[in-house]
Design a protein around this ligand. Structure first.
Ligand SMILES: Nc1nc2c(ncn2[C@@H]2O[C@H](COP(=O)(O)OP(=O)(O)OP(=O)(O)O)[C@@H](O)[C@H]2O)c(=O)[nH]1
Ligand SMILES: [Mg+2]
Ligand SMILES: [Zn+2]
Length: 310
């Protein structure tokens, strides 16, 4: 039988059967793992083949080919990676300008990862009810401009006032979407709003953050009220860059990639070369400086790693 993994908690998997009933499964023996080195062989969003043991439990015998998946490495140096979710149509990175503050480098690392897996991404600035001062508004305008130039949609939302929640809801219909972001930015609160599952656990950042705990501990998929599926994930502190060559990085900054076709040198790194069209675009304000700086920082990371490995 074939089912959809809604949640994975180490060795127990919550699987939705074709009948709609949900059962608990374990893995039978060892599974073939398509060469992905990860801490979790099966992730939320995976389709699995299983044998029923009884009405409530089953044994997973195989995993269906994935359309795609998104992986996170805890840091640049860590070898182990974790599959965040599989078979997704859309990724949302949830950010807040403060309470807590999301760093743009974190956003850009996430976006590079999503680009590498060819998963479209939208940025949700949550808690807009808190960002009413003119200083906050200026930061919001700046973030919107940075990502507009890069070609990403940015939506300002608030689960408290409901701002733009209907716009978000519309985008979720008929798709499998995943929410990612730092702990405390309101991922689970958003899920509650679009699913009507009021019993989900959220908590004040002050309580969870200081203990170094995340409120959500396992990724889980839920149904939205309009026929979509949405995956809640535990908050993450950092995103390590994947194993990619430094030349690849520019491909995952869509705006840098776009302007790079007119650089003088085909192997231009856009860092110092003469007649670099990317540097020109940065100077003309067509590429945001923060994005360009993060591009250079990611290139540096990769080069440092190469030197270490030698
Ligand atoms: N002011 C305001 N607070 C919000 C909003 N959305 C969520 N919060 C609050 O932010 C805190 C954290 O929300 P959660 O939904 O638990 O955050 P999370 O991203 O799921 O956190 P982790 O599960 O730890 O990753 C809670 O106190 C929420 O009530 C919002 O739009 N405005
Ligand atoms: Mg949560
Ligand atoms: Zn260049």
């Amino acid at each position: 039988m074939k089912g959809l993994v809604l949640k994975s908690t180490g060795n127990i998997y919550k699987v939705k059967q074709e009948t709609g009933d949900v059962i608990e499964c374990r893995i039978k023996g060892k599974l073939r793992l398509n060469g992905i080195r990860s801490t979790n062989p099966i992730a939320v969003g995976d389709y699995v083949i299983y044998d029923l043991e009884n009405e409530k439990s089953g044994l997973i015998t195989d995993i269906a080919d994935r359309k795609n998946y998104i992986i996170r490495k805890a840091s640049n140096l860590s070898k182990e990676s974790q599959i965040i979710a599989a078979n997704i149509d859309m990724a949302y990175i949830v950010v807040t300008i403060h309470s807590p503050q999301t760093l743009l480098q974190f956003v850009d690392r996430f976006l590079v990862t999503a680009e590498a897996y060819d998963i479209p991404c939208t940025i949700l600035i949550n808690k807009s009810d808190l960002f009413q001062s003119s200083e906050d508004q200026a930061v919001i305008d700046e973030w919107k401009e940075i990502y507009r130039l890069a070609g990403y949609e940015v939506l300002c939302i608030s689960t408290k006032t409901g701002q733009n929640m209907d716009e978000l809801q519309k985008r979720l219909a008929g798709k499998v979407s995943v929410l990612s972001g730092n702990s405390g930015v309101g991922k689970t609160s958003i899920i509650k709003a679009v699913t009507n599952l009021t019993e989900l656990k959220t908590s004040e950042i002050s309580k969870s953050f200081h203990k170094g705990q995340h409120t959500t501990t396992f990724a889980e998929m839920y149904e939205t009220t309009n026929g979509g599926a949405i995956i809640d994930t535990p908050g993450v502190k950092a995103f390590g860059l994947l194993n990619m060559e430094s030349e690849e990085i520019s491909q995952y900054f869509p705006e840098i990639f776009k302007y790079s076709s007119d650089c003088q040198y085909y192997n231009c790194t856009h860092s110092h070369e003469p007649n670099c069209n990317v540097i020109k675009a940065v100077e003309e304000g067509k590429i945001a400086l923060s994005r360009y700086k993060n591009y250079l920082a990611f290139m540096d990371d990769k080069n440092a790693k190469h030197r270490e490995a030698q």
